[in-house]
Design a protein around this ligand. Structure first.
Ligand SMILES: [Zn+2]
Length: 114
């Protein structure tokens, strides 16, 4: 239930376009660590670092194997989506946690109804 395929299906169902998914995937490093201990190492990092003009980004996320790692991926890919749309579509950059958290909630609601 918690794997890369389920993640992809969820993200492509109204959150990301296929093109965005591919773009973000190319910038994501997935590591196999215990998400109960290492949560704060994950993130979406802008390039250049500390610049006001974001031109690219990369992500560090856990390999998906349980609910927690799934939620971290949903959260960080959503940050990446907001960066993508800022860089490529000129949308104002939303640095808040609002949309990433909303997508986590959306996923939790979805699995409750299955
Ligand atoms: Zn966040």
């Amino acid at each position: 239930m918690f794997d890369e395929k389920a993640f992809r299906n969820f993200m492509l169902d109204g959150i990301l376009t296929e093109e965005e998914y591919i773009f973000i995937n190319l910038r994501a490093k997935k590591i196999n660590v215990d998400t109960n201990k290492n949560l704060d190492i994950f993130g979406c990092f802008i390039k250049p670092i500390d610049s006001n003009v974001v031109i690219d980004f990369n992500l560090l996320v856990p390999i998906i194997k349980d609910l927690k790692s799934m939620l971290v991926n949903i959260h960080e890919y959503t940050h990446a989506m907001l960066l993508y749309r800022h860089i490529n579509n000129g949308l104002e950059l939303d640095k808040t946690e609002k949309i990433p958290r909303a997508n986590e909630e959306k996923y939790l609601k979805k699995i409750k109804t299955i």
